[in-house]
Each structure stands twice: as structure tokens, then as C-alpha cells.
Design a protein around this ligand. Structure first.
Ligand code: SF4
Ligand code: SF4
Length: 251
């Protein structure tokens, strides 16, 4: 960073997370959508997202990277948590996220802030947990405090700093998993035992990440998510408010 940029950065005002809502609300105004935002800082040790192009049966579920790092100008990661009961991640990323980012870049360009996304390079649950929105549940899914396990996570990276950023440095576990008889595990058709880590990720992956499953998104296994009574209760409460929340949206 040169001296001029360094001086400018000292005088930039911090944003509140709620200031961003206008962008998200405008882009999603025509669809029934329930979401929240949380903000955190870049962690020292980034976990990369396992991708569908990973060769089945080998590789690793998360790789902690020497081969990638965040731009040093990135000060914050905005975590967009969207309630969803269906496989629909790529539509949020490809349809809504670019428009939201364009809106934010226009809104904040005069203040020297810019926004971008990683196209799903990084593991997203690490940011949901680090920003305090979620804790880690036994099937190695991030349990969101309002949406349970039925939600999608998208990320926006920015050089802006926030008044209400949250940094959870360890990986807290979801309280109700302690002492639970874990139907999320016992009902798994592949007998996966994740135990808060992706222990049996290959068994799951070979069942879930198949070309056939992606031809029929509704056939993708969600058994562990739907077996959790706490997650399902949150879903029931949300659908009581609006039964159209969380479905696949025509765009
Ligand atoms: S069913 Fe829910 S609370 Fe019980 S272990 Fe599984 S994720 Fe945790
Ligand atoms: S998604 Fe299905 S196969 Fe994978 S861990 Fe959950 S229940 Fe098991």
C-alpha cells in the first residue's frame, strides 16, 4: 500500500452490516427469501472448498492453502446466509451475488471500498462459524442459529471495515449435539460417521457428488440435515411464517 492509500484508509469510515441490506433487498426483492448477514475478518489459515471437479475417491476434503491466499487489501468477509431447503447454491452465486456486488461497488466507490467474490474457491462454512452466525454440528455442517442446517452460504470479500465485525477464533460446537443420540448419523445410508470433522467424506461424496445426482437436484441426499430435530424445528417455524421461503426460485 502506498503512502496516499495508507493515509486515506485511516480516514475511511467503518460500515455497519445493516448498511448493506439495501443491496441485498433490492436484488432479491421479487423472490421470497429469508437471509441474514454476518461479517468477519480473514483467518490466518484458510480452508479451500472441496469442488465437484475433485476426482472421486482421492484428494482431501479441505486443503489448507499454501497455493492460494487472500489479497492483502481484503479486510472483511461478508457472509450471506440464505435459508434454503433445496440444492440451489449455484443460482445464488451466479444470479444474485454478481448483482449485489455491482450494487455495493457503485454505492461505495466514492469511499474507496470495493467488493468481490471467490467463485466458491474457499470453504464457506469456516466463515459462517468465524462470523458467529453458526457453530459446528456433528455431521460437519455449520448449524446456523436461525436456519439450522437448511441454508446456503455465500461470501463477499472487501477492503471495507465494519463496526460490528465478529471474530470467533476457535470452532465452537453446536450445543445440542452434546449428548444427542445423533439420528443425523444413524440414518445415513452410507453409515458416515463425521464426528464434527469430514471423517467419512469420501463415502458421502461418492454417494452425493455424482453426475446423476446433479441431473436431478431433488435426489441429492439431505438425510443428515433432515434427521436433526433441532434443525427441522427451525425450518418448521420459518415455513409457518412463509411457506414459500427456502424453495427453488424461478429466475
Ligand atoms: S441430530 Fe442434530 S443435534 Fe443431534 S447430533 Fe445430529 S446435528 Fe447434532
Ligand atoms: S449427505 Fe447423505 S450420505 Fe452424506 S453424510 Fe449426510 S446422510 Fe450421509
Amino acid at each position: 500500500m502506498n503512502l496516499v492509500d495508507a493515509i486515506k484508509s485511516v480516514f475511511r469510515k467503518k460500515i455497519k452490516t445493516d448498511d448493506l441490506l439495501v443491496a441485498f433487498d433490492w436484488v432479491t426483492k421479487d423472490v421470497p427469501m429469508l437471509y441474514d448477514l454476518s461479517v468477519t475478518t480473514p483467518p490466518d489459515n484458510l480452508a479451500k472448498q472441496r469442488t465437484q471437479t475433485d476426482p472421486f475417491k482421492y484428494g482431501s476434503p479441505d486443503t489448507f492453502g499454501q497455493d492460494f491466499k487472500l489479497d492483502e487489501r481484503c479486510k472483511s468477509i461478508i457472509v450471506w446466509n440464505v435459508f434454503s431447503t433445496v440444492a440451489f447454491d449455484y443460482t445464488y452465486k451466479n444470479t444474485f451475488l454478481p448483482k449485489i456486488i455491482t450494487y455495493l461497488n457503485q454505492k461505495y466507490s466514492n469511499e474507496g471500498y470495493f467488493f468481490g467474490y471467490d467463485d466458491y474457491t474457499l470453504n464457506r462454512k469456516q466463515f459462517a462459524i468465524r462470523s458467529g452466525a453458526a457453530t459446528l454440528a456433528k455431521p460437519s455442517l455449520a448449524f446456523h442459529k436461525k436456519f439450522g442446517m437448511n441454508y446456503k452460504i455465500d461470501l463477499i470479500f472487501t477492503n471495507a471495515e465494519f463496526k460490528d465485525t465478529v471474530v470467533i477464533k476457535d470452532t465452537p460446537r453446536y450445543n445440542n449435539c452434546i449428548g444427542c443420540d445423533a439420528p443425523c448419523e444413524s440414518k445415513c445410508p452410507m453409515s458416515c460417521k463425521m464426528d464434527f470433522d469430514l471423517v467419512d467424506w469420501e463415502k458421502c461424496s461418492n454417494f452425493v457428488d455424482t453426475p446423476k445426482a446433479f441431473e436431478d437436484l431433488d435426489s441429492i441426499c439431505r438425510i443428515c440435515q433432515e434427521a436433526c430435530p433441532y434443525s427441522e424445528e427451525l425450518t418448521r417455524q420459518i415455513l409457518n411464517i412463509n411457506p414459500n421461503y427456502g424453495g427453488r426460485i424461478a429466475v
